[in-house]
Design a protein around this ligand. Structure first.
Ligand code: ATP
Length: 294
């Protein structure tokens, strides 16, 4: 009989390797803010009626950890083709709204609907096709910049990729690289600045052309010329789309159909810019503060 002799410390190495890989996987999911438990229901159907859908949050309650509720029964509607902006202090739960709409997590109470369909009843693939996200911090793949732009629409032609890059004002930057659109970006390639990465995300979203947009504004300040340019690009991209803007700077929200002031998971004020200024409350003082600092 052949005996296979495996030293115990070797098993230890394997165990550590496996454990480390699981930790890495776990880190990856955390990084992507994607819990592993959200799955399609067996009877899930594809989202329909997506021409210009209305998005509704109905009495949404949510906690990442049972003992610490984050959202306490939020209700609001983003009418078809309009923009709703969410503002409020750090930790209020603003980005959580975008994670719930993209269904990285399921709500614990209430529901979120798109064109009247509960997002828990539809396939994740159809949900994610319908939504374009420009996140706070775009993670780029270690691949060509063309691949990174076309990520949401792998069938896009070079011409379409370039058109999206032009609209996002990143084309000139790409064209100036020796390898142009074939330039490798990401951790192991050309490192892009925060603003450049956001432009790649905008180009990606323009190319995907989904009916619903989520803009999760970067917290890290861009220089103001860059910021104004990116805001203009975002505004153009949002034309006629149902859009949720998670805003860290109030200048972004002035034109929104409705602004929600979120604090500790509750809507404490709501209205358009003029109405909220007239209310002379939280929003008005945030606005006054921001005017002073610019
Ligand atoms: P900021 O303006 O700083 O981006 P925010 O209003 O977008 O803040 P969220 O990111 O929605 O805030 O976070 C709301 C709360 O949920 C915070 O207290 C945060 O610590 C907590 N939180 C966020 N993500 C997780 C997570 N994956 N697990 C546990 N708690 C989380």
């Amino acid at each position: 009989m052949i005996q296979i002799y495996i030293p115990l410390n070797f098993l230890g190495v394997i165990y550590r390797e496996i454990k480390q890989n699981l930790v890495d996987l776990d880190k990856m999911f955390t990084l992507m803010d994607r819990p592993q438990e959200v799955q399609d229901r067996p009877d899930a159907t594809a989202l329909t009626d997506l021409a210009t859908p209305t998005v509704r949050f109905e009495n949404v309650r949510f906690a990442y950890e049972a003992e610490r509720p984050i959202l306490h029964g939020l209700s609001f509607e983003i009418p078809a083709g309009k923009t709703v902006a969410v503002v409020g202090p750090s930790g209020a739960g603003k980005s959580t709204l975008s994670r719930l709409l993209y269904r990285f997590y399921d709500v614990q109470e209430g529901r979120i609907t798109i064109a009247g369909q509960d997002i828990r009843q539809v396939t994740q693939a159809s949900l994610r096709r319908a939504i374009g996200i420009v996140p706070q911090d775009t993670v780029l793949f270690n691949d060509s910049i063309a691949f990174n732009i076309a990520y949401g629409r792998t069938d896009a032609s070079q011409e379409e990729i370039e058109q999206a890059a032009r609209a996002a004002h990143i084309h000139n930057f790409i064209a100036a690289q020796p390898q142009g659109y074939a330039t490798t970006v990401g951790e192991r390639g050309l490192k892009l600045s925060g603003g450049e990465k956001q432009r790649v995300a905008i180009a990606r979203t323009l190319l995907k052309d989904p009916p619903i947009l989520i803009f999760d504004e970067a917290t890290s300040a861009l220089d103001s010329a860059n910021e104004r340019a990116i805001q203009a690009e975002l505004r153009a991209a949002a034309q006629g789309k149902t859009t949720l803007v998670i805003a860290h700077r109030l200048s972004t929200v002035v034109d929104a159909h409705e602004i929600l002031v979120l604090d500790a998971g509750q809507i404490v004020e709501r209205g358009n810019h003029q109405q909220l200024l007239a209310l002379n409350g939280r929003y008005a003082s945030m606005w006054a503060l921001q005017q002073q600092s610019t």
